[in-house]
Design a binder for this molecule. Structure first.
Ligand code: SF4
Ligand code: SF4
Length: 196
Protein backbone atom coordinates (compact mmCIF):
# COMPACT_ATOMS: atom_id res chain seq x y z
CA UNK A 1 0.00 0.00 0.00
CA UNK A 2 2.82 2.35 0.95
CA UNK A 3 4.70 1.50 -2.24
CA UNK A 4 1.56 2.05 -4.31
CA UNK A 5 0.99 5.45 -2.64
CA UNK A 6 4.62 6.43 -3.21
CA UNK A 7 4.53 5.51 -6.89
CA UNK A 8 1.34 7.49 -7.47
CA UNK A 9 2.68 10.43 -5.47
CA UNK A 10 5.75 10.51 -7.71
CA UNK A 11 3.60 10.26 -10.85
CA UNK A 12 1.27 13.10 -9.85
CA UNK A 13 3.95 15.28 -8.26
CA UNK A 14 6.77 14.90 -10.76
CA UNK A 15 5.85 13.16 -14.00
CA UNK A 16 2.23 14.29 -14.49
CA UNK A 17 1.37 14.29 -18.23
CA UNK A 18 4.66 12.52 -19.02
CA UNK A 19 3.10 9.42 -17.43
CA UNK A 20 0.14 9.67 -19.82
CA UNK A 21 2.41 10.11 -22.81
CA UNK A 22 5.24 7.68 -22.11
CA UNK A 23 4.02 5.12 -19.55
CA UNK A 24 0.26 4.67 -19.84
CA UNK A 25 -0.60 1.94 -22.40
CA UNK A 26 -4.03 3.46 -23.20
CA UNK A 27 -2.74 5.52 -26.12
CA UNK A 28 -0.86 2.57 -27.61
CA UNK A 29 -3.91 0.32 -27.47
CA UNK A 30 -6.06 3.09 -28.84
CA UNK A 31 -3.84 3.70 -31.83
CA UNK A 32 -4.15 0.09 -33.04
CA UNK A 33 -7.85 -0.36 -32.24
CA UNK A 34 -9.27 2.74 -33.90
CA UNK A 35 -10.77 2.95 -37.36
CA UNK A 36 -12.93 5.50 -39.18
CA UNK A 37 -16.04 4.33 -37.25
CA UNK A 38 -14.52 4.80 -33.79
CA UNK A 39 -16.02 7.57 -31.72
CA UNK A 40 -13.34 9.72 -30.14
CA UNK A 41 -12.81 13.30 -29.06
CA UNK A 42 -12.46 14.94 -32.46
CA UNK A 43 -12.18 18.33 -34.10
CA UNK A 44 -14.70 18.91 -36.90
CA UNK A 45 -12.25 20.03 -39.57
CA UNK A 46 -15.03 20.42 -42.14
CA UNK A 47 -16.70 23.04 -39.99
CA UNK A 48 -13.59 24.57 -38.41
CA UNK A 49 -11.26 25.06 -41.35
CA UNK A 50 -9.91 27.27 -42.58
CA UNK A 51 -9.08 28.62 -39.14
CA UNK A 52 -8.43 32.28 -38.55
CA UNK A 53 -8.84 35.08 -36.03
CA UNK A 54 -12.27 36.61 -35.59
CA UNK A 55 -12.57 40.26 -36.54
CA UNK A 56 -14.84 42.54 -34.57
CA UNK A 57 -18.43 42.77 -35.83
CA UNK A 58 -17.81 40.12 -38.47
CA UNK A 59 -20.88 37.91 -39.01
CA UNK A 60 -20.71 34.16 -39.60
CA UNK A 61 -21.80 34.67 -43.23
CA UNK A 62 -19.11 37.29 -43.85
CA UNK A 63 -16.57 34.98 -42.31
CA UNK A 64 -17.66 32.09 -44.55
CA UNK A 65 -17.47 34.36 -47.59
CA UNK A 66 -13.78 34.96 -46.88
CA UNK A 67 -13.20 31.19 -46.79
CA UNK A 68 -12.82 30.95 -43.01
CA UNK A 69 -14.46 28.30 -40.81
CA UNK A 70 -15.68 28.37 -37.21
CA UNK A 71 -12.27 27.88 -35.57
CA UNK A 72 -11.16 31.33 -34.44
CA UNK A 73 -7.69 30.06 -33.55
CA UNK A 74 -8.02 31.06 -29.89
CA UNK A 75 -5.80 28.14 -28.78
CA UNK A 76 -7.99 27.46 -25.72
CA UNK A 77 -8.23 23.77 -26.68
CA UNK A 78 -4.45 23.54 -26.66
CA UNK A 79 -4.04 25.56 -23.46
CA UNK A 80 -6.29 23.23 -21.42
CA UNK A 81 -4.97 19.95 -22.82
CA UNK A 82 -3.17 18.06 -20.03
CA UNK A 83 -0.90 16.30 -22.50
CA UNK A 84 -0.17 19.46 -24.49
CA UNK A 85 -1.45 18.34 -27.89
CA UNK A 86 -3.44 20.22 -30.50
CA UNK A 87 -6.53 18.09 -31.24
CA UNK A 88 -7.01 20.08 -34.45
CA UNK A 89 -4.17 18.04 -35.93
CA UNK A 90 -6.32 14.89 -35.64
CA UNK A 91 -6.50 11.97 -33.21
CA UNK A 92 -3.19 11.46 -31.49
CA UNK A 93 -1.73 8.77 -29.27
CA UNK A 94 -1.24 11.25 -26.40
CA UNK A 95 -4.97 12.06 -26.13
CA UNK A 96 -6.42 10.62 -22.90
CA UNK A 97 -10.00 11.66 -23.80
CA UNK A 98 -10.37 13.91 -20.80
CA UNK A 99 -12.71 16.17 -22.90
CA UNK A 100 -11.21 19.39 -21.50
CA UNK A 101 -10.79 20.68 -25.07
CA UNK A 102 -14.51 20.10 -25.74
CA UNK A 103 -15.48 22.33 -22.80
CA UNK A 104 -12.90 24.97 -23.72
CA UNK A 105 -14.06 25.13 -27.33
CA UNK A 106 -17.75 25.15 -26.35
CA UNK A 107 -17.02 28.17 -24.13
CA UNK A 108 -15.42 29.94 -27.11
CA UNK A 109 -18.36 29.05 -29.37
CA UNK A 110 -20.77 30.45 -26.74
CA UNK A 111 -18.81 33.71 -26.67
CA UNK A 112 -18.83 34.19 -30.44
CA UNK A 113 -22.42 32.99 -30.88
CA UNK A 114 -21.70 29.86 -32.90
CA UNK A 115 -23.14 26.38 -32.17
CA UNK A 116 -21.27 24.20 -29.70
CA UNK A 117 -19.58 20.99 -30.80
CA UNK A 118 -16.72 22.14 -33.02
CA UNK A 119 -14.74 19.69 -30.88
CA UNK A 120 -16.97 16.81 -29.81
CA UNK A 121 -17.34 13.05 -29.61
CA UNK A 122 -17.46 11.93 -33.22
CA UNK A 123 -16.02 9.41 -35.65
CA UNK A 124 -14.20 10.33 -38.83
CA UNK A 125 -17.21 8.96 -40.72
CA UNK A 126 -19.47 11.11 -38.53
CA UNK A 127 -17.60 14.25 -39.46
CA UNK A 128 -17.13 13.48 -43.13
CA UNK A 129 -20.32 11.53 -43.91
CA UNK A 130 -22.75 12.46 -41.14
CA UNK A 131 -22.82 9.32 -38.90
CA UNK A 132 -25.02 10.58 -36.01
CA UNK A 133 -23.72 8.29 -33.21
CA UNK A 134 -21.33 10.93 -31.89
CA UNK A 135 -24.17 13.44 -31.65
CA UNK A 136 -26.29 10.87 -29.80
CA UNK A 137 -23.52 10.15 -27.28
CA UNK A 138 -23.03 13.88 -26.74
CA UNK A 139 -26.75 14.28 -26.05
CA UNK A 140 -26.73 11.38 -23.61
CA UNK A 141 -23.75 12.87 -21.77
CA UNK A 142 -25.59 16.19 -21.57
CA UNK A 143 -28.55 14.30 -20.10
CA UNK A 144 -26.36 12.75 -17.41
CA UNK A 145 -25.31 16.28 -16.39
CA UNK A 146 -28.99 17.25 -16.11
CA UNK A 147 -28.57 19.92 -18.78
CA UNK A 148 -30.63 18.43 -21.60
CA UNK A 149 -33.02 21.04 -23.01
CA UNK A 150 -36.40 20.31 -24.55
CA UNK A 151 -35.19 20.55 -28.14
CA UNK A 152 -32.18 18.39 -27.38
CA UNK A 153 -34.44 15.77 -25.76
CA UNK A 154 -36.56 15.70 -28.92
CA UNK A 155 -33.46 15.35 -31.05
CA UNK A 156 -32.20 12.51 -28.84
CA UNK A 157 -35.52 10.64 -29.19
CA UNK A 158 -35.60 11.23 -32.94
CA UNK A 159 -32.08 9.86 -33.36
CA UNK A 160 -32.93 6.83 -31.26
CA UNK A 161 -36.13 6.14 -33.19
CA UNK A 162 -34.43 6.51 -36.54
CA UNK A 163 -31.20 4.62 -35.92
CA UNK A 164 -31.63 2.18 -33.07
CA UNK A 165 -32.40 -0.79 -35.33
CA UNK A 166 -29.19 -0.18 -37.28
CA UNK A 167 -27.08 0.55 -34.20
CA UNK A 168 -28.26 -2.54 -32.35
CA UNK A 169 -28.20 -4.91 -35.32
CA UNK A 170 -28.81 -8.49 -34.24
CA UNK A 171 -28.72 -7.41 -30.60
CA UNK A 172 -32.06 -5.68 -31.21
CA UNK A 173 -33.93 -8.99 -31.18
CA UNK A 174 -32.33 -9.89 -27.84
CA UNK A 175 -33.01 -6.52 -26.27
CA UNK A 176 -36.58 -6.14 -27.55
CA UNK A 177 -38.99 -5.35 -24.72
CA UNK A 178 -36.14 -5.32 -22.21
CA UNK A 179 -34.73 -2.49 -20.15
CA UNK A 180 -31.01 -2.37 -19.39
CA UNK A 181 -30.59 0.98 -17.66
CA UNK A 182 -27.09 0.21 -16.43
CA UNK A 183 -25.78 -0.29 -19.97
CA UNK A 184 -26.26 3.36 -20.85
CA UNK A 185 -25.59 6.62 -19.05
CA UNK A 186 -29.10 7.98 -19.46
CA UNK A 187 -32.23 6.95 -17.59
CA UNK A 188 -34.35 4.62 -19.67
CA UNK A 189 -37.03 6.42 -21.64
CA UNK A 190 -37.43 3.97 -24.48
CA UNK A 191 -37.38 0.21 -24.69
CA UNK A 192 -33.79 0.42 -25.86
CA UNK A 193 -31.42 2.55 -23.83
CA UNK A 194 -28.02 1.17 -24.49
CA UNK A 195 -24.78 2.70 -25.65
CA UNK A 196 -24.94 2.75 -29.47
S1 SF4 B 1 -9.50 15.14 -24.85
FE1 SF4 B 1 -8.05 15.90 -23.28
S2 SF4 B 1 -6.11 14.91 -23.83
FE2 SF4 B 1 -7.43 14.72 -25.63
S3 SF4 B 1 -6.92 16.51 -26.91
FE3 SF4 B 1 -8.69 17.08 -25.62
S4 SF4 B 1 -7.77 18.08 -23.82
FE4 SF4 B 1 -6.14 16.92 -24.84
S1 SF4 C 1 -10.87 26.21 -28.80
FE1 SF4 C 1 -12.12 25.85 -30.65
S2 SF4 C 1 -12.08 27.85 -31.69
FE2 SF4 C 1 -10.39 27.88 -30.22
S3 SF4 C 1 -8.59 27.15 -31.38
FE3 SF4 C 1 -9.52 25.35 -30.40
S4 SF4 C 1 -10.90 24.51 -31.98
FE4 SF4 C 1 -10.42 26.61 -32.59
Amino acid sequence: MLLFALVFYLIFARFREQACTFICPYGRFQSVLLDEHSIVVAYDHKRGEKRGKLHRSETADQRRATGLGDCVDCHQCVAVCPTGIDIRNGTQMECVHCTACIDACDATMDKIGRPRGLIRYASLNGIEKGDPRGEFIQLQLTRTKGELGKEQAHRESALLRKHQALWLGELGAVLDNQNYPRLGPARPHAHCDVWP
